[in-house]
Each structure stands twice: as C-alpha cells, then as structure tokens.
Design a protein around this ligand. Structure first.
Ligand SMILES: Nc1ncnc2c1ncn2[C@@H]1O[C@H](COP(=O)(O)OS(=O)(=O)O)[C@@H](OP(=O)(O)O)[C@H]1O
Ligand SMILES: [Mg+2]
Ligand SMILES: [Mg+2]
Ligand SMILES: [Mg+2]
Length: 391
C-alpha cells in the first residue's frame, strides 16, 4: 500500500443550492436501477456467478505464477504504449475457455481488453508459445482434464472470443484479464475483473485481487488478523456483495463504510498519476473536509477495498482525452453498489454500460456511500469550476 505523506487540512463545506438535485440524482443512480431490475430473484445468475468465480480464481492462479517469476521478456508494449504481459493474454484465454465450458448453452459474447493481433505476428510466436504453456500448465495443475492439451491456435481463438462490442441488448461478459498491469509488473496490486451485462445493466461481478490483504488496508476495520493476501469479491444484482479468500470457501458479506463525516473518511485513487489527476482529487478532498492522506493502489482492487469499508471514497479523474472502458469499472461498480455504495460520473450521472466498450463519463468517476455523495458532488463541482477558471 502506498500513501502520500502530506495530510490534507480540514476545511468547512459550503452547502450549495443543488442539494435536492444531488439527492434526486442519487435516487436515479445505478443502485435504484438495480433494485428495480427485472432480474432481481436471488436465484438468478447463480450458475453464471459460479462459473465467473471459477474462471477468475483460475486466472488469478496463472497470474500469481507469472508475477512471481516475471521476466522482462514477458512484458510487451501495445500500440497505445501501455504494457501487456503473457499473464494478461493467458488470463483472458483461461476465462474465455472456462466460461464457454461451464455455460455451454449460452450464446457467448465477451467484451475483453486484449486481442491476439500482436501474437499472430512473426515477432509474437515465442510469446504465444509461452502463453500456451502457461494456460496448459494452469489447467493441468487444477486437474481440469476436460481440456486436452491446447494448441497455440486454440489459445488465439480463446483470446479472440473477447472481441464482442457489447451493447444494450442481451448478455455480454465483460473482462479485464489483468486490471492494473503496471501494478502487476511492479509487484503491486492488480485484479482479474469479470462482469456480466444483461440488457445494458451489470448483473454480476467478480474481482479476484491476488495481492490484496484479507485484513483491512484502511484505518479502522479488520476482516482478518492474519497477514494473508488474496481476496475474491463477488456480487449479484439484488443479492449483496461478498468476499472470500482466494482459494477459500467461507464467504463474508461486505458493506461500504457508512460514515457521514468526511473527517473520518479516507479516499482511494490510482497509483499512477498518469491515470488520474492527483492534484484534482487532493483539491476535492480538501473541500470536502477529508483529513486522511490518499490511499493509492492500482486497479479495481480499489472497488473491492471500498466495498468492505477500508476507505469511504474513490476518486478517478483521467487526464484530458482519455476514454474510460467498461472492463475497468463493470465488476467493481456492482461489487460496490451491492455493498451499499454509489458510483457516478463527476456530474452525478449513473454509469451507463450499455453503449459498447467505452464508458462515456463527464470528467471522472466518483464512488462513495449514500450519505457522503451529495457533499462529494458539491466538492467535485466546486473543484472542477476552480480548475476551469484557472485555465
Ligand atoms: N492515460 C490513462 N488515463 C486513465 N486511465 C488509464 C490510462 N491509461 C490506462 N488507463 C487505465 O487504467 C487502468 C489501471 O487502473 P488504475 O488507473 O486504477 O490503476 S493504476 O493505479 O493507474 O495502475 C488500466 O487498466 P489495465 O490496462 O487493465 O491495466 C487502463 O485501462
Ligand atoms: Mg484495466
Ligand atoms: Mg487490463
Ligand atoms: Mg491494459
């Protein structure tokens, strides 16, 4: 865990005239969408959740193996200059294979981050062989003998299953095979994030966080006294959010921190300053009256930690020009909303996962509990106005 060293000064909050608007927006948010969903039966999506947990846990096994022995030759650069490793590809192939096997009756649609383009080039052949070995070793290691030894072509096909565009009709799985690849390469936090969309709404989500301690990484709550790491968070619409140890079976229901006092609230943000403006979140936190320093960790592990009350707020403000993708928020958002939290864009709109692979948001994404959201929205508005007038 990385924390800034500077403590923020508390400051009084101006109560703006948009209080009622904020409350109305919260009522219109994803949480209300969930509770009025036609898919609310607690029996719904049970086999899908079981398959998703199995797939994410197996992918986590593969990633742990690679992170332990990460070789420079395992890390590559994509066309947008972001890193990708053999574990990103291997994790995507495994999840795709497991979902297809566990849910044979589904018309399979998967929207996933990686594609096989670079692996099909001459220069990608050694990497492809290494990925194929990793996938085969992980399946055999788990005694999953239903898969006879996969060929490089099988692996390419499994990766490219993830080429769906998603959308507002039908079922689409959404996968980030390693969210937080930079954290993964650094040896820090990362997550395997898998969600299911049904008619544009997130109906289930699983977050495997192999390096997240079972004990709280926040200031006051303890889930376990051990130093053990590896958490699996999962949620189904209308059914609450749960956490279990990766590889364990005892599940605990989790809830977001319910404080209404910003002075007791700590906030999460991206570890990478290039992914989210640390200056802006510091200004928002100061306006809100948050005293604790930011907790900076990679990936949707932030949503997992927030869902169990390790902190109370997540602020994400990408720099100009960046477009958010659905796989970076789908699983995390349902894990937090089913734990009692709210995810919105910086203008107070619910997140809309129905528009394809991009998640178009106004300015940024903010996540907190129901009590703090109105004042958080006011602080965000004030900070964004200040930033605009200083340009
Ligand atoms: N320029 C820029 N701006 C904003 N966001 C970006 C940017 N570049 C990448 N990404 C996405 O950030 C994902 C990593 O999540 P975080 O930002 O929460 O983690 S981190 O602390 O920055 O590592 C990361 O996810 P992965 O690619 O799956 O690792 C990206 O989807
Ligand atoms: Mg990601
Ligand atoms: Mg990724
Ligand atoms: Mg990436």
């Amino acid at each position: 865990m990385n924390t800034a060293t500077v403590w923020l000064r508390a400051r009084s909050i101006t109560i703006g005239s948009d209080w009622r608007v904020c409350e109305a927006r919260i009522r219109r948010s994803g949480r209300r969408c969930c509770s009025s969903s036609p898919f609310l039966s607690s029996m719904a999506y049970e086999k899908e959740l079981a398959a998703a947990k199995k797939a994410a846990a197996l992918a986590a096994r593969l990633c742990q193996k690679v992170q332990k022995a990460l070789l420079q030759s395992d890390v590559h650069s994509k066309s947008d200059k972001s890193p990708v490793t053999v574990a990103d590809y291997g994790s995507q192939a495994l999840v795709s294979l497991i979902l297809e096997r566990e849910l044979p009756s589904e018309t399979f649609s998967l929207v996933a981050e990686e594609d096989s383009g670079d692996l099909r080039k001459e220069s990608g052949q050694d990497t492809l062989k290494r990925i194929t070995e990793l996938v085969n070793d992980t399946l055999t290691g788990e005694g999953l003998n239903g898969f006879s030894s996969l060929t490089t072509n099988d692996v390419l096909k499994a990766i490219d299953n993830g080429k769906s565009d998603g959308g507002s009709v039908g079922r689409h799985w959404v996968l980030d095979p390693i969210d937080g690849t930079k954290g993964f390469v650094r040896g820090d936090q990362y997550a395997i994030a898998l969600a299911l969309l049904h008619d544009g709404k997130v109906v289930l989500g699983v977050l495997a966080c192999p390096n997240l301690p079972l004990a709280s990484i926040g200031s006051n709550q303890t889930h376990s006294s051990s130093n053990e790491v590896g958490c699996l968070f999962f949620a189904k619409v209308g059914d609450g959010s749960y956490m279990q140890a990766l590889g364990g079976s005892t599940q605990t229901r989790v809830h977001v921190c319910d404080t209404d006092n910003p002075e007791e609230a700590s906030f999460f943000e991206s570890f990478e300053a290039a992914h989210s403006s640390h200056d802006l979140s510091s200004s928002i936190a100061e306006k809100l009256g948050v005293k604790a320093p930011p907790v900076r960790i990679d990936s949707q592990a932030k949503y997992g930690a927030l869902s169990r009350g390790d902190g109370a707020i997540y602020l994400r403000f990408p720099h100009k020009g960046y477009r958010e993708k659905i796989w970076d928020h789908a699983a995390g958002s349902i894990v937090v909303t089913e734990a009692g939290g709210i995810c919105m864009d910086a203008a107070g709109n619910p997140l809309d996962f129905s528009k394809g692979k991009f998640l178009d948001v106004v300015s940024g994404i903010i996540v907190t509990n129901q009590k703090l959201m109105p004042s958080l929205l006011r602080a965000v508005k004030e900070a964004l106005n200040e930033k605009a007038s200083s340009l």
